[in-house]
Design a protein around this ligand. Structure first.
Ligand code: PMP
Length: 401
Protein backbone atom coordinates (compact mmCIF):
# COMPACT_ATOMS: atom_id res chain seq x y z
CA UNK A 1 0.00 0.00 0.00
CA UNK A 2 1.15 3.53 -0.76
CA UNK A 3 2.13 5.78 2.12
CA UNK A 4 -0.40 8.21 0.63
CA UNK A 5 -3.24 5.69 0.83
CA UNK A 6 -5.30 7.85 3.12
CA UNK A 7 -5.08 11.09 1.21
CA UNK A 8 -8.61 12.30 0.59
CA UNK A 9 -9.82 13.33 -2.84
CA UNK A 10 -9.99 17.14 -2.86
CA UNK A 11 -12.85 18.99 -4.56
CA UNK A 12 -12.25 20.79 -7.86
CA UNK A 13 -11.46 24.53 -7.56
CA UNK A 14 -14.87 26.25 -7.77
CA UNK A 15 -13.77 28.59 -10.59
CA UNK A 16 -11.32 26.42 -12.53
CA UNK A 17 -13.69 23.48 -12.06
CA UNK A 18 -16.22 25.18 -14.33
CA UNK A 19 -13.79 24.81 -17.24
CA UNK A 20 -13.16 21.16 -16.36
CA UNK A 21 -16.91 20.50 -16.67
CA UNK A 22 -17.13 22.61 -19.84
CA UNK A 23 -14.36 20.62 -21.52
CA UNK A 24 -16.25 17.38 -20.90
CA UNK A 25 -19.46 18.62 -22.57
CA UNK A 26 -19.70 17.47 -26.22
CA UNK A 27 -22.56 19.86 -27.15
CA UNK A 28 -21.81 22.32 -30.00
CA UNK A 29 -23.93 24.92 -28.15
CA UNK A 30 -21.70 24.98 -25.11
CA UNK A 31 -20.52 28.31 -23.77
CA UNK A 32 -17.92 28.88 -21.05
CA UNK A 33 -18.66 32.02 -19.03
CA UNK A 34 -16.85 30.75 -15.96
CA UNK A 35 -13.22 31.63 -16.23
CA UNK A 36 -12.07 35.23 -16.16
CA UNK A 37 -10.05 35.28 -19.35
CA UNK A 38 -10.62 37.49 -22.36
CA UNK A 39 -11.95 35.98 -25.58
CA UNK A 40 -12.34 37.59 -29.00
CA UNK A 41 -15.66 37.88 -30.86
CA UNK A 42 -14.71 34.51 -32.37
CA UNK A 43 -14.40 33.05 -28.89
CA UNK A 44 -10.61 32.69 -29.14
CA UNK A 45 -7.94 33.59 -26.56
CA UNK A 46 -6.08 36.76 -27.56
CA UNK A 47 -2.38 37.52 -27.63
CA UNK A 48 -2.02 41.28 -28.02
CA UNK A 49 -0.12 42.47 -31.11
CA UNK A 50 2.08 44.62 -28.95
CA UNK A 51 2.98 41.57 -26.86
CA UNK A 52 3.94 39.63 -30.01
CA UNK A 53 6.08 42.58 -31.11
CA UNK A 54 7.82 42.75 -27.74
CA UNK A 55 8.47 39.01 -27.84
CA UNK A 56 10.01 39.31 -31.32
CA UNK A 57 12.38 41.99 -30.05
CA UNK A 58 13.33 39.80 -27.11
CA UNK A 59 13.93 36.71 -29.25
CA UNK A 60 16.04 38.66 -31.75
CA UNK A 61 18.20 40.22 -29.07
CA UNK A 62 21.30 38.02 -29.13
CA UNK A 63 22.62 39.59 -25.96
CA UNK A 64 19.70 38.44 -23.86
CA UNK A 65 20.65 36.04 -21.16
CA UNK A 66 18.73 33.57 -19.07
CA UNK A 67 20.51 34.40 -15.84
CA UNK A 68 18.67 34.55 -12.54
CA UNK A 69 16.95 37.81 -11.80
CA UNK A 70 17.50 39.50 -8.44
CA UNK A 71 15.13 38.32 -5.67
CA UNK A 72 12.82 41.28 -6.30
CA UNK A 73 12.94 40.86 -10.09
CA UNK A 74 13.76 43.27 -12.90
CA UNK A 75 14.44 46.69 -11.50
CA UNK A 76 13.09 48.58 -14.56
CA UNK A 77 9.95 46.49 -14.41
CA UNK A 78 9.45 47.45 -10.78
CA UNK A 79 9.90 51.17 -11.42
CA UNK A 80 7.60 51.15 -14.44
CA UNK A 81 4.94 49.09 -12.65
CA UNK A 82 4.85 51.47 -9.69
CA UNK A 83 4.59 54.40 -12.09
CA UNK A 84 1.76 52.70 -13.97
CA UNK A 85 -0.43 52.24 -10.92
CA UNK A 86 0.57 55.29 -8.85
CA UNK A 87 0.99 57.77 -11.71
CA UNK A 88 4.24 59.43 -12.79
CA UNK A 89 3.64 62.43 -10.52
CA UNK A 90 2.99 60.30 -7.46
CA UNK A 91 4.45 61.81 -4.28
CA UNK A 92 5.53 58.34 -3.15
CA UNK A 93 7.66 57.93 -6.29
CA UNK A 94 9.03 61.49 -6.26
CA UNK A 95 9.96 61.08 -2.59
CA UNK A 96 11.35 57.59 -3.18
CA UNK A 97 9.47 55.97 -0.32
CA UNK A 98 8.18 52.77 -1.82
CA UNK A 99 9.39 49.20 -2.17
CA UNK A 100 8.38 47.16 -5.22
CA UNK A 101 9.00 43.50 -6.00
CA UNK A 102 8.17 41.67 -9.21
CA UNK A 103 6.02 38.73 -8.12
CA UNK A 104 4.07 35.83 -9.61
CA UNK A 105 1.12 37.75 -11.04
CA UNK A 106 -1.61 39.12 -8.79
CA UNK A 107 -1.88 36.00 -6.66
CA UNK A 108 1.83 35.88 -5.88
CA UNK A 109 1.90 39.60 -5.11
CA UNK A 110 -0.98 39.22 -2.66
CA UNK A 111 0.72 36.27 -1.02
CA UNK A 112 4.09 37.98 -0.63
CA UNK A 113 2.33 41.05 0.78
CA UNK A 114 0.39 38.90 3.22
CA UNK A 115 3.49 36.98 4.34
CA UNK A 116 5.29 40.27 4.89
CA UNK A 117 2.41 41.60 7.00
CA UNK A 118 2.28 38.43 9.11
CA UNK A 119 5.96 38.88 9.95
CA UNK A 120 6.25 42.65 10.28
CA UNK A 121 2.88 44.21 11.04
CA UNK A 122 1.34 44.44 14.48
CA UNK A 123 -2.25 43.63 13.42
CA UNK A 124 -2.82 40.17 11.94
CA UNK A 125 -6.46 40.66 10.96
CA UNK A 126 -7.48 41.38 7.40
CA UNK A 127 -11.00 42.43 6.37
CA UNK A 128 -12.16 41.24 2.97
CA UNK A 129 -15.42 42.17 1.20
CA UNK A 130 -18.44 39.86 0.91
CA UNK A 131 -18.40 38.49 -1.66
CA UNK A 132 -14.88 38.52 -3.04
CA UNK A 133 -12.62 36.53 -5.36
CA UNK A 134 -12.67 32.98 -3.96
CA UNK A 135 -8.91 32.76 -3.62
CA UNK A 136 -8.59 35.78 -1.31
CA UNK A 137 -9.50 34.12 2.01
CA UNK A 138 -7.22 31.18 1.27
CA UNK A 139 -4.24 33.33 0.28
CA UNK A 140 -4.47 35.36 3.49
CA UNK A 141 -5.15 32.41 5.77
CA UNK A 142 -2.26 30.40 4.37
CA UNK A 143 0.01 33.39 4.97
CA UNK A 144 -1.01 33.41 8.63
CA UNK A 145 -3.47 36.30 8.74
CA UNK A 146 -6.83 36.02 10.39
CA UNK A 147 -9.60 36.76 7.90
CA UNK A 148 -12.72 38.76 8.75
CA UNK A 149 -15.29 40.22 6.40
CA UNK A 150 -17.02 43.50 5.68
CA UNK A 151 -20.35 43.94 3.91
CA UNK A 152 -20.00 45.03 0.30
CA UNK A 153 -22.73 43.87 -2.04
CA UNK A 154 -26.44 44.44 -1.65
CA UNK A 155 -28.38 41.75 -3.55
CA UNK A 156 -31.62 43.73 -3.45
CA UNK A 157 -30.15 46.67 -5.38
CA UNK A 158 -27.40 44.71 -7.18
CA UNK A 159 -25.22 47.58 -5.97
CA UNK A 160 -22.93 48.62 -3.14
CA UNK A 161 -24.02 48.22 0.47
CA UNK A 162 -22.25 51.42 1.38
CA UNK A 163 -23.83 51.79 4.80
CA UNK A 164 -22.94 48.21 5.75
CA UNK A 165 -19.39 48.71 4.50
CA UNK A 166 -18.88 51.83 6.61
CA UNK A 167 -20.41 50.20 9.69
CA UNK A 168 -18.22 47.12 9.42
CA UNK A 169 -15.01 49.07 8.84
CA UNK A 170 -15.90 51.43 11.69
CA UNK A 171 -16.21 48.43 13.98
CA UNK A 172 -12.86 46.96 12.89
CA UNK A 173 -10.08 47.04 15.47
CA UNK A 174 -7.55 49.84 15.15
CA UNK A 175 -4.82 49.00 12.65
CA UNK A 176 -6.66 46.16 10.93
CA UNK A 177 -5.75 45.47 7.29
CA UNK A 178 -8.47 46.12 4.71
CA UNK A 179 -8.46 44.44 1.31
CA UNK A 180 -9.85 46.71 -1.41
CA UNK A 181 -10.41 45.88 -5.06
CA UNK A 182 -8.84 48.83 -6.89
CA UNK A 183 -11.49 48.66 -9.63
CA UNK A 184 -13.87 46.21 -11.31
CA UNK A 185 -14.69 44.33 -8.10
CA UNK A 186 -14.71 40.57 -8.66
CA UNK A 187 -17.28 38.97 -8.70
CA UNK A 188 -19.84 41.77 -8.40
CA UNK A 189 -18.67 44.39 -10.93
CA UNK A 190 -19.75 46.99 -8.36
CA UNK A 191 -17.29 49.77 -7.46
CA UNK A 192 -17.69 52.68 -5.04
CA UNK A 193 -18.16 56.13 -6.65
CA UNK A 194 -15.43 58.76 -6.26
CA UNK A 195 -17.32 60.29 -3.34
CA UNK A 196 -17.78 56.94 -1.68
CA UNK A 197 -14.07 56.18 -2.12
CA UNK A 198 -13.27 59.47 -0.42
CA UNK A 199 -15.50 58.51 2.51
CA UNK A 200 -13.85 55.12 2.74
CA UNK A 201 -10.42 56.74 2.64
CA UNK A 202 -11.26 59.11 5.47
CA UNK A 203 -12.62 56.29 7.61
CA UNK A 204 -9.61 54.06 6.95
CA UNK A 205 -7.13 56.82 7.77
CA UNK A 206 -9.02 58.00 10.85
CA UNK A 207 -8.93 54.49 12.32
CA UNK A 208 -5.37 53.80 11.17
CA UNK A 209 -6.56 50.84 9.16
CA UNK A 210 -4.05 49.60 6.57
CA UNK A 211 -5.31 49.54 2.95
CA UNK A 212 -4.17 46.61 0.78
CA UNK A 213 -5.25 47.12 -2.83
CA UNK A 214 -5.74 44.28 -5.25
CA UNK A 215 -5.38 45.72 -8.75
CA UNK A 216 -6.10 42.90 -11.18
CA UNK A 217 -7.99 44.90 -13.81
CA UNK A 218 -6.28 48.26 -14.36
CA UNK A 219 -7.44 49.57 -17.75
CA UNK A 220 -9.80 46.67 -18.22
CA UNK A 221 -12.73 48.26 -16.44
CA UNK A 222 -13.08 51.68 -18.06
CA UNK A 223 -10.58 51.30 -20.88
CA UNK A 224 -8.37 53.93 -19.21
CA UNK A 225 -5.34 53.02 -17.10
CA UNK A 226 -5.55 56.29 -15.17
CA UNK A 227 -9.27 56.15 -14.44
CA UNK A 228 -8.97 52.62 -13.09
CA UNK A 229 -6.12 53.64 -10.78
CA UNK A 230 -7.97 56.55 -9.15
CA UNK A 231 -8.85 54.71 -5.95
CA UNK A 232 -5.24 53.74 -5.28
CA UNK A 233 -3.92 57.19 -6.14
CA UNK A 234 -6.37 58.82 -3.77
CA UNK A 235 -4.92 56.81 -0.89
CA UNK A 236 -1.32 57.43 -1.91
CA UNK A 237 -1.94 61.17 -2.27
CA UNK A 238 -2.70 61.52 1.44
CA UNK A 239 0.79 60.39 2.33
CA UNK A 240 -0.25 57.30 4.31
CA UNK A 241 1.00 53.74 4.07
CA UNK A 242 -0.56 51.21 1.73
CA UNK A 243 0.08 48.01 -0.21
CA UNK A 244 -0.77 47.35 -3.85
CA UNK A 245 -0.76 44.00 -5.66
CA UNK A 246 -0.75 44.39 -9.45
CA UNK A 247 -1.42 41.81 -12.14
CA UNK A 248 -0.69 41.94 -15.87
CA UNK A 249 -2.77 38.83 -16.52
CA UNK A 250 -5.83 40.62 -17.84
CA UNK A 251 -4.66 44.01 -19.06
CA UNK A 252 -1.74 42.61 -21.09
CA UNK A 253 -3.25 39.17 -21.62
CA UNK A 254 -0.20 37.60 -19.92
CA UNK A 255 -2.21 35.12 -17.81
CA UNK A 256 0.18 32.19 -17.98
CA UNK A 257 3.35 34.27 -17.81
CA UNK A 258 2.63 35.02 -14.14
CA UNK A 259 3.75 38.60 -14.07
CA UNK A 260 2.77 41.13 -11.43
CA UNK A 261 4.17 43.35 -8.71
CA UNK A 262 3.82 44.11 -5.04
CA UNK A 263 4.40 47.71 -4.00
CA UNK A 264 4.53 48.79 -0.38
CA UNK A 265 4.19 52.55 0.00
CA UNK A 266 5.81 53.85 3.19
CA UNK A 267 6.10 57.25 4.81
CA UNK A 268 9.87 57.63 4.49
CA UNK A 269 12.70 56.40 2.25
CA UNK A 270 14.47 54.91 5.19
CA UNK A 271 11.49 52.73 6.12
CA UNK A 272 10.95 51.73 2.48
CA UNK A 273 14.54 50.44 2.19
CA UNK A 274 14.13 48.32 5.32
CA UNK A 275 10.78 47.02 4.09
CA UNK A 276 12.39 46.06 0.78
CA UNK A 277 15.17 44.18 2.57
CA UNK A 278 12.54 42.17 4.47
CA UNK A 279 10.51 41.51 1.33
CA UNK A 280 13.59 39.71 0.00
CA UNK A 281 13.69 37.47 3.05
CA UNK A 282 10.04 36.56 2.43
CA UNK A 283 10.59 35.76 -1.26
CA UNK A 284 13.91 33.90 -1.15
CA UNK A 285 12.65 30.72 0.57
CA UNK A 286 9.36 30.73 -1.41
CA UNK A 287 10.65 30.67 -5.01
CA UNK A 288 14.07 32.33 -4.82
CA UNK A 289 13.46 34.81 -7.65
CA UNK A 290 10.78 35.46 -10.28
CA UNK A 291 10.71 34.34 -13.94
CA UNK A 292 12.27 36.59 -16.56
CA UNK A 293 10.17 36.33 -19.72
CA UNK A 294 6.84 37.95 -18.81
CA UNK A 295 8.47 40.81 -16.94
CA UNK A 296 10.75 41.45 -19.94
CA UNK A 297 7.70 41.71 -22.21
CA UNK A 298 6.02 44.19 -19.86
CA UNK A 299 9.20 46.25 -19.47
CA UNK A 300 9.76 46.39 -23.24
CA UNK A 301 6.22 47.73 -23.73
CA UNK A 302 6.13 50.16 -20.82
CA UNK A 303 9.44 51.83 -21.59
CA UNK A 304 8.80 52.45 -25.29
CA UNK A 305 6.48 55.36 -26.04
CA UNK A 306 5.05 53.80 -29.23
CA UNK A 307 4.54 50.37 -27.79
CA UNK A 308 2.92 51.84 -24.70
CA UNK A 309 0.52 53.75 -26.93
CA UNK A 310 -0.25 50.64 -28.98
CA UNK A 311 -0.93 48.71 -25.78
CA UNK A 312 -3.38 51.35 -24.57
CA UNK A 313 -5.32 51.08 -27.84
CA UNK A 314 -5.51 47.30 -27.65
CA UNK A 315 -6.49 47.44 -23.99
CA UNK A 316 -9.26 49.92 -24.76
CA UNK A 317 -10.52 47.67 -27.56
CA UNK A 318 -10.82 44.76 -25.09
CA UNK A 319 -12.63 46.94 -22.54
CA UNK A 320 -14.96 48.32 -25.21
CA UNK A 321 -15.87 44.87 -26.48
CA UNK A 322 -16.86 43.87 -22.95
CA UNK A 323 -18.92 47.03 -22.50
CA UNK A 324 -20.68 46.34 -25.79
CA UNK A 325 -21.46 42.76 -24.66
CA UNK A 326 -23.17 44.23 -21.60
CA UNK A 327 -25.36 46.43 -23.77
CA UNK A 328 -26.23 43.56 -26.14
CA UNK A 329 -27.11 41.18 -23.33
CA UNK A 330 -29.19 43.82 -21.58
CA UNK A 331 -31.09 44.59 -24.80
CA UNK A 332 -31.69 40.88 -25.47
CA UNK A 333 -33.02 40.24 -21.97
CA UNK A 334 -35.21 43.36 -22.13
CA UNK A 335 -36.57 42.31 -25.54
CA UNK A 336 -37.66 38.97 -24.05
CA UNK A 337 -39.48 40.74 -21.23
CA UNK A 338 -37.59 38.61 -18.73
CA UNK A 339 -39.04 39.17 -15.24
CA UNK A 340 -36.94 41.22 -12.82
CA UNK A 341 -34.70 44.27 -13.28
CA UNK A 342 -31.57 43.86 -15.35
CA UNK A 343 -30.03 47.38 -15.33
CA UNK A 344 -27.14 46.01 -13.33
CA UNK A 345 -25.89 44.22 -16.47
CA UNK A 346 -24.97 47.63 -17.91
CA UNK A 347 -24.22 49.35 -14.60
CA UNK A 348 -21.67 46.87 -13.32
CA UNK A 349 -18.04 47.32 -14.34
CA UNK A 350 -15.23 45.14 -15.63
CA UNK A 351 -15.06 41.56 -16.68
CA UNK A 352 -18.01 40.15 -14.77
CA UNK A 353 -21.73 40.54 -14.37
CA UNK A 354 -23.11 39.37 -11.07
CA UNK A 355 -26.47 38.35 -12.48
CA UNK A 356 -28.35 37.56 -9.29
CA UNK A 357 -29.13 34.09 -10.62
CA UNK A 358 -29.05 31.51 -7.83
CA UNK A 359 -27.26 28.18 -7.87
CA UNK A 360 -30.40 26.28 -8.91
CA UNK A 361 -30.92 28.58 -11.87
CA UNK A 362 -27.25 28.23 -12.77
CA UNK A 363 -27.50 24.40 -12.73
CA UNK A 364 -30.56 24.65 -14.95
CA UNK A 365 -28.71 26.83 -17.47
CA UNK A 366 -25.84 24.35 -17.52
CA UNK A 367 -27.93 21.21 -17.88
CA UNK A 368 -30.50 22.61 -20.34
CA UNK A 369 -28.48 25.20 -22.28
CA UNK A 370 -24.86 24.01 -21.90
CA UNK A 371 -23.88 27.38 -20.43
CA UNK A 372 -21.15 27.19 -17.82
CA UNK A 373 -20.73 29.75 -15.03
CA UNK A 374 -19.86 29.79 -11.35
CA UNK A 375 -22.69 28.80 -9.00
CA UNK A 376 -22.87 32.33 -7.55
CA UNK A 377 -24.36 33.54 -10.85
CA UNK A 378 -21.25 35.36 -12.03
CA UNK A 379 -20.81 35.48 -15.79
CA UNK A 380 -17.65 36.49 -17.56
CA UNK A 381 -18.66 39.10 -20.14
CA UNK A 382 -15.27 38.57 -21.77
CA UNK A 383 -16.30 35.03 -22.70
CA UNK A 384 -19.40 36.22 -24.53
CA UNK A 385 -19.74 37.16 -28.22
CA UNK A 386 -22.56 38.74 -30.26
CA UNK A 387 -23.64 35.45 -31.86
CA UNK A 388 -23.97 33.80 -28.41
CA UNK A 389 -26.02 36.57 -26.82
CA UNK A 390 -29.46 35.23 -27.94
CA UNK A 391 -28.68 31.76 -26.57
CA UNK A 392 -27.60 33.23 -23.23
CA UNK A 393 -30.65 35.52 -23.05
CA UNK A 394 -32.93 32.55 -23.81
CA UNK A 395 -31.28 30.59 -21.02
CA UNK A 396 -31.61 33.41 -18.48
CA UNK A 397 -35.21 33.92 -19.47
CA UNK A 398 -36.02 30.23 -19.09
CA UNK A 399 -34.14 30.04 -15.78
CA UNK A 400 -36.13 32.81 -14.11
CA UNK A 401 -39.58 32.09 -15.55
N1 PMP B 1 -7.42 39.39 -7.75
C1 PMP B 1 -8.58 39.34 -8.39
C2 PMP B 1 -9.73 40.13 -7.87
C3 PMP B 1 -8.73 38.53 -9.50
O1 PMP B 1 -9.91 38.48 -10.12
C4 PMP B 1 -7.63 37.78 -9.97
C5 PMP B 1 -7.74 36.91 -11.17
N2 PMP B 1 -8.87 36.17 -11.30
C6 PMP B 1 -6.43 37.90 -9.28
C7 PMP B 1 -6.36 38.72 -8.18
C8 PMP B 1 -5.15 37.21 -9.59
O2 PMP B 1 -4.92 36.74 -10.84
P1 PMP B 1 -3.47 36.39 -11.32
O3 PMP B 1 -2.75 35.70 -10.21
O4 PMP B 1 -3.68 35.51 -12.50
O5 PMP B 1 -2.84 37.69 -11.68
Amino acid sequence: ASVFQNVAQAPEDPILGVTVAFNKDPSPLKLNLGVGAYRTEEGKPLVLNVVRRAEQLLVNDLYRKKEYLPITGLSDFNKLSAKLILGSESPAILENRLATAQCLSGTGSLRVGAEFLTKHYHQRTIYIPVPTWGNHPKIFMMAGLSVKTYRYYDPTTHGLNFKGLLEDLSAAPNGAIVLLHACAHNPTGVDPTQDQWEHIRQLIRSKNLLPFFDSAYQGFASGSLDTDAQSVRMFVADGGDCLVAQSYAKNMGLYGERVGALTIVCKTTDVARKVESQMKLVIRPMYSNPPIHGASIVTTILKDRNMFYEWKLELKAMADRIISMRRQLYDAVSARGTPGTWNHIIKQIGMFTFTGLNSKQVSFMTSEYHIYLTSDGRISMAGLSSDKVPHLADAIHAAVT
